[in-house]
Write a protein that binds this ligand. Structure first.
Ligand SMILES: NC(=O)c1ccc[n+]([C@@H]2O[C@H](COP(=O)([O-])OP(=O)(O)OC[C@H]3O[C@@H](n4cnc5c(N)ncnc54)[C@H](O)[C@@H]3O)[C@@H](O)[C@H]2O)c1
Length: 469
């Protein structure tokens, strides 16, 4: 079959795979290829066991794979054959040299740019899909500038706003699609090409076009604002625990103000995932680079508050359980950084589990989708950790439960049955405020929510949530 357009995506990760599957599904007359340097990832995309869990993804892959969606390792050939290239490689935080722990590590992105230059035999539109610091397109243009003869590259910015766990829904019905371009004849022409692809299914008014720098910066700022809301409500949860206010009631009252809105006001053990922390740190680094230390410090405090919230959770567990966890079995409900994903990157569960193990607790981890990744994350410590998908089996014989991910299944467990199978006194630390605390307290649990009064059966004046230590 002859296809109208040939589209390539370099990077077959959480973004590259699902976004290209959506384009292939909405544009059956386009041939979409996704390549990656990691052969295992490509093999997984070509198998029944996809490398990414997302509700609805398997259905779209089944519909398109082998018809107009192809996963391949042959990056060079794919670059030669395609004229529209999305770059969706990862952009982690640098772990070495200048800016370590703050600046983005752009080596994967730069290697890709050079590879595009080396293997191009015709002009191409190169689209930044990865989240990149503002002004990266200028660097990309410089790398692509030595192109031979009549070959020209037009660089666009088209950041991805999907959220893991709801990726397919977000891609199918996005709040907006953002496309940044140069304001030149060729820039505007390239931009129109991309607008034409998205207009196949996204209403025109939701496709916004801006200058390239605004587009690059908007993605970092969106993530920074979302994370900032989480840290704001979490900071208030600490105050609630000191004052007998209830953070859910406060969040509801505050969120009903239409100027504020109710989303992202759920107190808990903090945000995780591969993006929020790194994007805020990259934003802060940019601010420092441009001589704005006050702005950098403001955004860095969002990450600090997130870390504080996780530390507080551990301190609370320790204080409530008589200041020793040594030899006690703690059941962790949920290891993914949020519900409906198997992704554990930067999950608060990693930090909390490691702290529990440092206190010599014995930890059993339960999660419906993330156990494989959890075992990889904790590969350096196989002692004292067990993995069990079934929450009822996982919790039997434990002293405490720590709910770390807001998976729906944990809301509706039979806590009476669970309580019976645990060692008494049984403790429940709800790091996501998702279970019925009053009901669990009635069953017999000592219940410790976030930002609400603790419910303890002990007669002593143990004020667990007040962190009196
Ligand atoms: N995960 C999210 O929810 C999300 C949402 C929006 C934006 N983003 C951004 O999208 C980008 C990708 O994120 P991700 O979560 O998909 O990352 P990921 O790590 O899941 O995938 C990146 C892929 O790129 C591949 N890769 C690296 N260098 C390559 C090269 N030179 N050639 C070919 N392949 C190469 C890696 O092997 C990996 O499979 C990041 O910049 C991220 O910030 C992520």
């Amino acid at each position: 079959m002859k296809f109208k357009k040939n589209i390539l995506c370099i990077g077959a990760g959480y973004v590259g795979g699902p976004t290209m599957a959506m384009i292939a599904s909405k544009c059956p007359d386009y041939r979409v290829t996704v390549v990656d340097i990691n052969p295992e990832r490509i093999n997984a995309w070509n198998s029944h066991d996809l490398p990414v869990y997302e509700p609805g993804l398997d259905k779209i892959i089944k519909k398109t794979r082998g018809k107009n969606l192809f996963f391949s390792n042959n990056i060079e050939k794919a670059i030669t054959e395609n004229d529209i290239i999305f770059v969706s490689v990862h952009t982690p935080t640098k772990t070495f040299g200048e800016g370590a722990g703050k600046a983005p590590d752009l080596q994967y992105w730069e290697k890709t740019a050079r590879q595009i230059l080396e293997n191009s035999k015709s002009s191409k539109i190169v689209i930044e899909k990865s989240t990149l610091p503002v002004k990266t397109a200028a660097a990309m243009e410089k790398i692509l500038a030595p192109a031979k003869g009549k070959i020209k590259f037009e660089v666009l910015s088209n950041p991805e706003f999907l959220a893991e766990g709801t990726a397919i829904k977000d891609l199918e019905n996005p709040d907006r699609v953002l496309i940044g371009s140069r304001d030149t004849k060729n820039g505007l022409k390239a931009r129109q090409e991309l607008v034409n692809i998205y207009s196949r299914w996204v209403p025109k008014e939701k496709i916004i076009t801006t200058n390239i720098w605004s587009s690059e910066l908007s993605k970092l700022v969106s993530n920074a604002f979302l994370a900032q809301r989480v840290s704001s409500i979490n900071s208030i949860s600490a105050l609630c625990e000191k004052t007998e206010a209830d953070v859910s009631e406060v969040a509801k009252a505050v969120g009903m103000d239409s100027r504020i809105g109710s989303k992202f006001l759920q107190a808990g053990i903090g945000f995780g995932g591969s993006c929020f922390k790194k994007d805020i740190l990259h934003l802060a680094y940019l601010c420092e680079y441009y001589g704005l230390p006050e702005v950098a410090a403001y955004w860095e405090s969002v990450v600090k508050m997130n870390e504080y919230q996780q530390q507080r959770f551990i301190t609370n567990i320790l204080g409530s359980m008589f200041n020793t966890l040594a030899g006690k079995r703690i059941c962790v409900f949920g290891f993914a950084f949020k519900a409906n994903t198997g992704d554990t990157r930067e999950s608060p569960a990693t930090y909390i589990t490691r702290k529990l193990l440092a206190e010599q607790a014995l930890v059993t981890i339960s999660d419906p989708k993330a156990l494989k990744n959890a075992a990889l994350d904790l590969a350096d410590i196989d002692e004292n950790v067990k993995y069990e998908e079934d929450p009822y089996k996982a919790v039997a014989g434990c002293h405490a439960i720590a709910i770390l991910t807001d998976w729906n299944i944990y809301r509706n467990l039979d806590f009476r049955k669970i309580y019976k199978s645990m060692i008494k006194p049984a403790f429940l630390f709800d790091g996501r405020n998702i279970v019925d605390h009053a009901k669990c307290f009635k069953i017999g649990f000592n219940v410790y929510p976030i930002g609400k009064p603790a419910m303890s059966h002990f007669k002593t004046t143990q004020k667990a949530n007040s962190n009196s230590r």
